[in-house]
Every structure is written in structure tokens, then in C-alpha cells.
Design a protein around this ligand. Structure first.
Ligand SMILES: Nc1ncnc2c1ncn2[C@@H]1O[C@H](COP(=O)(O)OP(=O)(O)OP(=O)(O)O)[C@@H](O)[C@H]1O
Ligand SMILES: [Mg+2]
Length: 465
């Protein structure tokens, strides 16, 4: 029995049964969905290795299912099942990223072969994405770029506080470099040889967060079959970085307060506390004082964390640094090609980059440069290689050249969604917050506009940061 999972999507019960039996006999773990929506819901819960989908179905059709699956996990091969009549659609689907297509009445051996090959492809693709993610992560330096007055002030502050044990609260908009600064504080401290452990307090469900932070003892809940060290124990001697601290549920806030006050923790189910030696750095893009007033954040914890407040400037507050950052990201891109590439930025493009508002800050700039390096046709990056950025510029300049020209509203919406998604590294939850819409609404729009996600970005975003 292989561990490979297959999802079959068809509104025809008999077809579902037939394919299920055939592929289960081949050793696959088979699941079925009677419509496109059910398929996407199942896929969101846990991705499948291969999806076989009918093309003509009521509700979402096969092409929409294909786009939805690709948006969730671009490494999953999708095989289209067609009646003879819609062969053209099947070819169209393959042009849009489907792995292959099968006729409804093809031979069993053909189905088995196509699925087997698709599974092998998925394996290779997954390994590739993991590898690329690893390479990207290891290449990411903690070099912090900036010569502006704001950044120089920040560097001086970091130098002063690094080698103390004082708790630090970093505040800044998304993508301003909060994690980078936290790492830099750790690296400049005498704790640098010990671990720097980052945990995203907003990404872990409340039920898990306590045991992830403080660990648990064997038998403390169903499934706890051995003692487990939490992140606080793992960071012993080093630094724990509590990212998105403003998202921490109130029940966990009390426990963090005790850790900060007493420097001791209670693993879940333990009858005795454990002493911990660690430095705490927290980060948030929320106004925590405001959250205190709103009753979402404990006042006592806020004061315990806010011993040394560090405020990161947004990129639009330090536009002087933009050319330096552009240069830094270009050089990094060139280095990835072992210096065989030549890339520069044309003056008009640099002007655009310097005038744009950068709602996603340095991360957005990083993504824009990376994308421009890939899509450019000539050695120099020009304005056409910066799609979406011009739109923001028009807004910032308070002139609107698009008035009078024929641009459908939907095109503007699509471009804006792509810009925001890029700015937050593809994270749908964060993007939906910036766009002020529900994640499900964003998801529908992604499907509607056929926006494919960058699988690298998505894969690089596990629960822990
Ligand atoms: N001053 C800088 N110099 C070079 N790279 C930077 C700088 N600031 C941020 N970056 C890069 O921008 C990206 C975002 O930075 P980081 O993850 O530290 O931001 P953040 O404030 O934690 O964002 P979020 O709130 O979305 O988690 C990273 O790839 C980081 O390397
Ligand atoms: Mg961060």
C-alpha cells in the first residue's frame, strides 16, 4: 500500500465508484468529491498527490477546479477526464497547467500509467520546492540595509541594547524587517551561540499554542505519548522571538506574563515549574496600547514586554534607502546565478520605485525586484517590468492618468490583489486583512481572476517563522 493520495472529482456517481475501485486496487489512498467546491475544500484541508477531475460539472467546472487546485498547491498534478466532445477543453486545460487528460472510456492500463507518472512528477516537484525553499532560507542574510537617518538611529539602538537581557518589543508595519532586527539583536548578543527560536503566535491554534510554547508531559492529553519540550525549552540560553504577539489569545497571555515575571514555565500537565533562561523579543504590527484599551491585550503583559520599544520605520518614511535596497536585491539575484547575469535598473524604473508607496514595505520591494529580474526582456529593468507598481504611483502622485483611458475595474482589482499578495509573501490571511475582506472572499477572487500563487512563497511559510 503506497502512501500516495488521489482525489477524484466527478458529479457522476458511477464514474467516482469505478475510478475509486481501480485506483484503490493499485494501492492509492483514494478520496472522492461530487463537485468542484467539495474538491477544493478537501484540498484546502490536506493536499492530495494527484487530482483527477471531470471537465463538465454543474457549479465549478473542471477548469475552475484546476485553477483552484493550482492556487492551493501548484505541485499537485491535475488530470482532466473528458468525454470525446470536449477534447478541445482538455487541450485548453493542459495549456493552463493540467498534467494530462484521459478519455472517459480509455483503458484501465492507461489510467494507471498516467496516475503513476503524475505521482512521480509530484514527488520530484515537491522535492524541488523544498530544496529551493531551503536554499532561499540559507541564502537570506541578516544583513540589514539602510543609511537613512531613521535606520542609523535604529542601528545605534540595536548596538546599545543587544548585549543586555532586556525584553524588546518591536513595532512596525508588515515587511519592515521586524524579524531581521530581532535576529540581529540576538546575533550581536552574548547569547548568539545559543538558539534563536521564532514562533508565530498568530498562526498556531490556541489549543496547540500552549504546548508548543511550554511543552507538555506524557499523558497530559490524548496523543501526548511522550514528554515534549516546547519552544521556550528549545531556546534555552538563547532568544525566543514571539512574532505577532498581538494575536496571542488572552488565556496564553497570562502564561507568558508568568514566564516573563518569574522566568519559569509550566509544561502542559506538569505539576512542577521549570526554570528557563532566555531572552524575549516580541514583535507586532498592531498598536498594542490600543489593543490594551480595546480589552484584547493584557495591560500587565504589555508593560512587561515594552521594556525597550523599537519602532521600525515604514519604507515610505525612508525613501532614500530605496536605491540601496534595490541594489542589494539585484546583487543577491545575480549571485544566485553565480555572477553570470548582468542586470541594472533604468532611471525611469528607479524613479517609479522611489515614488511608490510600498504598503508591503521591504518585503514587497524584494518581491518586485525578484519578479522584475525574471520577467525583464533586456539587461535593464524598465517600467514595464514593474506591473502593479505604476498603479500605486498614480495614486501617490494624486494625478490619475487612467481617467479617460479604458481600464475595466476588474483589471484594477486583479492588479491590486496581486500587488498586495506579493507584498506579504503570498500569505492569504494577511493579504485579506490588508484588503479588508474575508479570506473566503479573497479565495473566490483568486479563483475568478485565475491568480496562480507562487509555490515557493507559499511553501516558505510554515507555521513557525
Ligand atoms: N533593512 C533591510 N535590509 C535588507 N532586507 C530587508 C530589510 N528589511 C526587511 N528586509 C527583508 O524583507 C523581508 C521581510 O522582512 P521581515 O520578515 O523581517 O519583516 P517583518 O516586519 O517581520 O514582516 P511581517 O510583519 O510581515 O512578518 C525579508 O526577506 C527581509 O530579509
Ligand atoms: Mg515577521
Amino acid at each position: 500500500m503506497s502512501d500516495h493520495t488521489v482525489l477524484i472529482v466527478d458529479d457522476e456517481e458511477s464514474m467516482l465508484q469505478y475510478l475509486s475501485i481501480l485506483l484503490t486496487r493499485e494501492g492509492y489512498k483514494v478520496d472522492t468529491a461530487k463537485c468542484g467546491l467539495e474538491a477544493l475544500q478537501k484540498m484546502e484541508k490536506s493536499p492530495f498527490d494527484v487530482v483527477l477531475t471531470d471537465i463538465q460539472m454543474p457549479g465549478l467546472d473542471g477548469i475552475q477546479v484546476l485553477k483552484g487546485i493550482k492556487a492551493i498547491d501548484s505541485t499537485t498534478p491535475v488530470i482532466m477526464i473528458t468525454a470525446y466532445a470536449d477534447e478541445q477543453t482538455a487541450i485548453h486545460a493542459v495549456n493552463h497547467g493540467a498534467y494530462s487528460y484521459l478519455h472517459k472510456h480509455c483503458k484501465n492500463d492507461e489510467i494507471k500509467l498516467v496516475v503513476r507518472n503524475a505521482v512521480s512528477l509530484r514527488k520530484v516537484k515537491k522535492e524541488n520546492v523544498q530544496l529551493k525553499t531551503e536554499i532561499k532560507r540559507s541564502k537570506k542574510s541578516t544583513k540589514i540595509i539602510g543609511q537613512s537617518r531613521e535606520m542609523n538611529g535604529l542601528f545605534r539602538l540595536v548596538d546599545k541594547i543587544a548585549d543586555t537581557n532586556a525584553t524588546v518589543l518591536i513595532h512596525g508595519e508588515s515587511g519592515t524587517g521586524k524579524e531581521l532586527i530581532a535576529k540581529s539583536i540576538h546575533e550581536k548578543s552574548s547569547r548568539s551561540k545559543a538558539p534563536f527560536v521564532a514562533i508565530n503566535c498568530g498562526a498556531i491554534p490556541e489549543t496547540l499554542l500552549e504546548s508548543q510554547l511550554f511543552g507538555h508531559v506524557k499523558g497530559s492529553f490524548t496523543g501526548a505519548d511522550k514528554d515534549h519540550n516546547g519552544f521556550c525549552q528549545q531556546a534555552a540560553g538563547g532568544t525566543i522571538f514571539l512574532d505577532e504577539i498581538g494575536e496571542t489569545p488572552l488565556a496564553i497571555q497570562v502564561k507568558l506574563l508568568r514566564m516573563l515575571q518569574e522566568r519559569e514555565i509550566y509544561p502542559v500537565g506538569a505539576s512542577q515549574h521549570v526554570k528557563v533562561d532566555l531572552r524575549v523579543i516580541a514583535a507586532t504590527n498592531k498598536d498594542l496600547a490600543h489593543e490594551v484599551v480595546a480589552g484584547n491585550f493584557r495591560e500587565d503583559l504589555f508593560y512587561r514586554l515594552n521594556v525597550i520599544p523599537v519602532a521600525l520605520p515604514s519604507l515610505s518614511q525612508r525613501r532614500d534607502d530605496i536605491p540601496l535596497l534595490v541594489d542589494h536585491f539585484l546583487k543577491r539575484h545575480i549571485a544566485e546565478y553565480k555572477g553570470q547575469l548582468k542586470t541594472a535598473v533604468a532611471d525611469e524604473a528607479l524613479n517609479i520605485l522611489q515614488s511608490y508607496d510600498w504598503p508591503g514595505n521591504v518585503r514587497e520591494l524584494e518581491n518586485v525586484i525578484e519578479r522584475a529580474c525574471i520577467i525583464r526582456d533586456s539587461e535593464k529593468i524598465s517600467a514595464v517590468d514593474l506591473p502593479g507598481i505604476n498603479a500605486g504611483l498614480e495614486e501617490t502622485n494624486n494625478s490619475n492618468p487612467s481617467v479617460g483611458t479604458h481600464i475595466p475595474l476588474e483589471d484594477v482589482e486583479k492588479a491590486h490583489i496581486i500587488t498586495v499578495l506579493n507584498s506579504v509573501g503570498g500569505r492569504k490571511k494577511q493579504a485579506s486583512e490588508i484588503l479588508d475582506i474575508n479570506p473566503s472572499t479573497l479565495y473566490r477572487k483568486l479563483l475568478k481572476y485565475g491568480i496562480e500563487e507562487d509555490s515557493d512563497v507559499e511553501a516558505a511559510e510554515p507555521v513557525l517563522v
